[in-house]
Design a protein around this ligand. Structure first.
Ligand SMILES: C[S@@+](CC[C@H](N)C(=O)[O-])C[C@H]1O[C@@H](n2cnc3c(N)ncnc32)[C@H](O)[C@@H]1O
Length: 472
């Protein structure tokens, strides 16, 4: 391709492109002169024929139409729904390369964002189990199934139980296997589909908002020996769900809880305003090392239990506790990091926005006989500015933060160094916002001691990192 050809790339062009790397988010990256082209459904090492569907001044976006030369890192994806299903974006890329690409993405985010030219990672913790690792899945039930191009006509044109087609709020791919969840989950979704179709229960229509069945959410604990089923419906009618409950409990002794969340709102969310217990217990218990966590259908809990243990071990070692330290755990959720650290610290104070999570954390401390952890309901964007809590609590030696994807509010980022902790440990699920916030922590008088990736999400673009900062 000549320089002139490169500069005249237009929407609608078909190009032959060689993929160098993966961008954060999972698209392949190709270059034509100065133009970066993000290519959907392409992996590093491939040469593909791709259709440009968007052109901006500095970059273009394209979709791979055909592979011209296969990548040396290509593997056979085991899932029959790949690549139509958006759940796994890179199942066709060898796992060691997936981790290597995530490493490069974190390095690029810190070098670009922080102008930190020699930034590098210290440790990468890959997953040992790369399939069947998720302890939670949410499937959507809808009357708008996706017809896969070139596949035989759909048997049922008004029903789907599965996952959203990427970028389509209204179209659901009917699936009967997902390799991210334990095998029992596949048997459950197939039985539920059979029974609800036999019973004539109506799936929800996301456009007209008519229809009863909205989601089927599953939680698996203790290596899928225990299962919680959450049927989310648009209104209350537990009688209608009795045949489903009967069939599930007869077939699966692992099911210890079936709940029905009622979601009357139009928004696309697999939780409800009201919960009805249909079978067994209202909660399910998961273990992380020797700690027990009681989880309700709507609580946040790390979705990969085995890797969560490794993630928390990295946090624990970064905290370098001797038993004398005061620890603050910001964005503590149901308190899992707090409880992990509490046994080796003097005191732990957890702060969290969601009141039910604060209650779960307090209960989890009691269940585990941990008496040196306290939890506070807090909107952390402004909490330490607007309250005098810092005057009331002992000063922290270690501050752990584990915010959502958008990172932390600038006010909180500036406040962190002012707390004066010896160590700040930043757990993140988004390296871009972590890099942005880290610049402020560094400017506040800290240095980065250790940066680790713990891969919690094989075959997906999600990245989890732990940065340990030490006071200069
Ligand atoms: C990534 S989760 C971390 C949970 C916990 N550390 C764990 O490992 O299970 C982020 C948590 O931050 C909470 N959160 C989000 N925005 C918040 C805010 N502005 N103030 C306080 N907590 C917030 C969420 O409710 C969620 O529990």
């Amino acid at each position: 391709m000549t320089e002139q050809e490169k500069s005249t790339i237009r929407k609608g062009d078909e190009l032959e492109l060689t993929i160098d790397s993966l961008a954060y988010g999972g698209r392949g990256v190709a270059r034509a002169g100065n133009l970066v082209i993000f290519v959907k459904k392409a992996i590093p090492g491939q040469t593909v024929r791709a259709l440009v569907y968007r052109k901006k001044s500095g970059y273009a976006e394209a979709r791979a139409l055909a592979v011209i030369t296969e990548s040396p890192h290509a593997v056979e994806p085991p899932c029959k729904h790949f690549p139509t299903c958006g759940g796994c974006k890179v199942q066709q890329l060898a796992y060691d390369q997936q981790v290597e690409q995530k490493r490069q993405q974190v390095v690029a985010a810190f070098r670009r964002q922080a102008g930190w030219t020699d930034f590098d990672l210290d440790e990468v913790v890959p997953a040992e189990q790369v399939f069947n690792y998720r302890n939670k899945m949410e499937f959507t039930i809808s009357n708008r199934p996706w017809q896969v191009a070139g596949a035989p006509d759909l048997e049922n044109k008004n029903f789907a139980l599965g996952l959203h087609i990427p970028g389509r709020f209204d179209k659901i791919l009917d699936i009967n296997e997902c390799h991210l969840q334990p095998q029992v989950g596949n048997e459950i979704i197939n039985l539920v589909r059979k029974i609800v179709l036999e019973q004539g229960l109506k799936p929800y229509d996301p456009k007209t908002h008519i229809g009863f069945l909205r989601y089927l959410a599953l939680r698996f604990t203790d290596g899928a020996e225990k299962v919680m089923v959450n049927m989310v419906t648009a209104w209350e009618n537990p009688e209608a769900l009795k045949p489903v409950v009967g069939a599930l409990t007869e077939r699966f002794s692992q099911i210890v809880s079936i709940v029905n969340n009622i979601n009357t709102r139009k928004g696309d969310a697999a939780y409800g305003e009201k919960e009805i217990l249909l079978h067994g217990d209202p909660t399910i218990v998961e273990h992380l090392n020797d700690l027990a966590f009681e989880i309700s259908a709507n609580s946040f809990f790390q979705t990969n239990t085995k890797q969560a243990e490794k993630l928390y071990a990295v946090v624990l070692s970064g905290a370098a506790l001797t038993g004398e330290e005061v620890v603050y755990d910001l964005f503590c959720g149901t308190g899992s990091i707090s409880l992990f650290l509490a046994r080796q610290a003097k005191e732990v104070y957890g702060f969290e926005l969601v009141q039910s999570a604060v209650e779960d954390a307090t209960r989890n401390a009691l269940t585990n006989r941990i008496t040196n952890a306290r939890f506070y309901s807090a909107q952390l964007d402004f909490y330490f500015h607007k309250t005098d809590i810092l005057k009331k609590l002992p000063k922290p030696d270690v501050v752990v933060i584990d915010p959502p994807r958008m990172g932390i509010h600038e006010k909180l980022a500036r406040q962190l160094p002012e707390m004066g902790a010896q160590r700040i440990i930043y757990v993140s699920c988004n390296p871009t916002t972590q890099a942005r916030d880290s610049v402020i922590v560094l400017a506040g008088g800290y240095r980065l001691e250790k940066m680790t990736i713990v891969d919690m999400f094989p075959h997906t673009p999600h990245i989890e990192t732990v940065a340990v900062f030490i006071k200069n």
